[in-house]
Design a binder for this molecule. Structure first.
Ligand code: GLN
Length: 195
């Protein structure tokens, strides 16, 4: 299995470290040709406006949309915003996931926080019982899910922080900034069921 990490801005290095720990072959993706031969792609956290603008400059918008029609893509935080179809702002979005996002929904950088989440599908997929400790940094919320998109996790107050649509996954938090590799393993299973 080979997983690419969109490496034009943001914390792509942390995703690479996590995947290497799991023994997964990885490659940094900056240009359309880098998508060839990949089984899945991760879009990291960072600044979604910057990721979008650079993706336009690098000619990546259509190749990424095409890739996402038949492959697994996981966006964390800014990456989740970039996957969405609407973020209430004028910025380049892939529009692959039928979700509407509200950026910086928890406030400013100082309002970043951590929370224990109960994510049934994650526990089942990884055969574990512990709650998932999630890190939110100037995080978006998923305001609503539509069509084939489904809620994967919501906070106790109902705000949606993870969604799934077939092989497309969006988390408003950052599993790559923790030592808990369950989300990366879950993503591997989206690529290859029963892996
Ligand atoms: N606030 C950023 C945005 O709106 C996302 C922050 C992050 O990825 N940690 O793009």
């Amino acid at each position: 299995m080979k997983i690419g990490i969109l490496a034009i801005q943001g914390d792509f290095a942390e995703h690479i470290v996590m995947l290497k720990r799991l023994g997964v072959e990885t490659t940094e993706v900056r240009l359309p040709a880098h998508l060839e031969g990949l089984d899945g792609l991760i879009i990291p956290g960072g600044e979604s406006t910057t990721i979008g603008k650079l993706a336009v400059d690098f000619g990546m918008m259509e190749p990424l949309r095409k890739f996402g029609k038949s492959h697994a893509i996981w966006g964390t935080c800014a990456g989740a915003i970039f996957l969405s179809k609407d973020a209430h702002r004028d910025q380049p979005l892939l529009g692959l996931m039928d979700i509407i996002i509200q950026r910086n929904a928890f406030g400013r950088q100082v309002d970043s926080f951590e929370a224990d989440l109960d994510i049934e599908q994650l526990k089942q997929a990884t055969n574990t019982t512990a709650p998932y400790h999630a890190v939110f940094i100037r995080a978006p919320i998923i305001e609503s899910v539509h069509g084939e998109a489904k809620v994967l996790c919501a906070l106790p107050d109902g705000r949606i922080v993870a969604a799934i649509q077939g092989k497309l996954l969006a988390t408003s938090f950052h599993p790559e900034l923790t030592t808990d590799d369950r989300f990366h393993r879950y993503f591997q299973q989206l690529i290859t069921p029963n892996s």
